[in-house]
Design a protein around this ligand. Structure first.
Ligand SMILES: Cc1cc2nc3c(=O)[nH]c(=O)nc-3n(C[C@H](O)[C@H](O)[C@H](O)COP(=O)(O)O)c2cc1C
Length: 249
């Protein structure tokens, strides 16, 4: 293991260990302002025009932004393989290899183009795929079938701290991080970027899902050890950092 244990640990979910912690919200402390207050006295304020969808060369984008939301109610329908393929490509697909292959350009930005994530899929219902655990191979746009799995909805629900809509989704994206892929270049500076990078990946999933008429919801509250064990990750050199169930809505 590298020297960066503290930073790596900071990237993991500690929800399972801190279920009994009491937040200020639970203690009925008034909520903090949702926008930084203005300085006292006279201030200069500039009215902005309303967001104008007519500016768009591709107006569908405005609708995507307006309609994007976290969706937690999915039907029992399966996803098609075409839909899954598009979602994988839009989040982690490789557009081009850079240099001799030291990095890659993808539909999401990533600090130093390190793209230090792997995409696992826990699949309940996708046409032409057995329920089980898969890993996306972005350089050849293929799936590696890791294992058949029994009882996935119950296991997934438990590993996501009782969030049943995760367990019952047609497919669950689980992004792991291999921190050395970034540390190789950015050493101890990597970990902040890795968390930012993950946000970009999930945001692309939200937008692609919305464009396909499907639904998703970012998941940060999960049991780190249980998710790592389910995907057979060692929890040190590779660990889950973010999840997103996908289904028809
Ligand atoms: C980092 C992150 C973690 C989240 N974790 C969860 C989660 O564990 N469970 C859940 O139901 N929603 C989760 N959400 C979804 C948020 O609750 C949701 O984005 C927020 O309520 C705003 O709603 P919207 O996405 O529909 O705009 C998470 C979102 C983010 C960005």
């Amino acid at each position: 293991m590298s020297d960066y244990k503290t930073n790596r640990n900071f990237m993991k979910s500690d929800f399972a260990e801190s279920v009994h912690d009491i937040s200020d919200q639970a203690n009925k402390v008034p909520y903090p302002p949702l926008q930084k207050p203005l300085p006292e006295g006279e201030v200069v304020l500039i009215d902005l025009p309303e967001p104008n969808a007519d500016l768009m060369h591709k107006p569908g984008f405005h609708r995507l932004l307006l309609e994007r939301q976290s969706r937690r109610k999915f039907t029992k329908e399966s996803l098609s393989l075409d839909e899954l393929s598009y979602l994988l490509w839009s989040t982690q697909g490789v557009i081009v290899k850079l240099g001799q292959g030291y990095a890659s350009r993808r539909p999401v930005p990533s600090g130093g183009a390190r793209h230090a994530f792997e995409t696992y899929l826990v699949i309940n219902r996708v046409e032409d795929l057995e329920p089980g655990i898969y890993r996306y191979l972005p350089f050849s746009h293929r799936l590696y079938f890791q294992e058949l799995a029994q009882n996935l909805p119950a296991l997934l629900t438990e590993a996501n701290l009782g969030q049943k809509f995760v367990g019952n989704a047609a497919a669950v994206f689980a992004w792991s991080c291999i921190p050395y892929r970034a540390e190789w270049r950015y050493m101890g500076h990597s970990h902040k970027n890795l968390l930012l990078d993950a946000g970009h990946v999930c945001q692309n999933l939200y937008l692609a899902v919305e464009a396909l008429g499907l639904g998703t919801c970012a998941i940060g509250a999960y049991d780190q050890a249980a998710m790592d064990a389910m995907l057979e990750l060692d929890g040190e050199d590779e660990y889950v950092i973010y999840l997103a169930p996908v289904g028809k809505v």
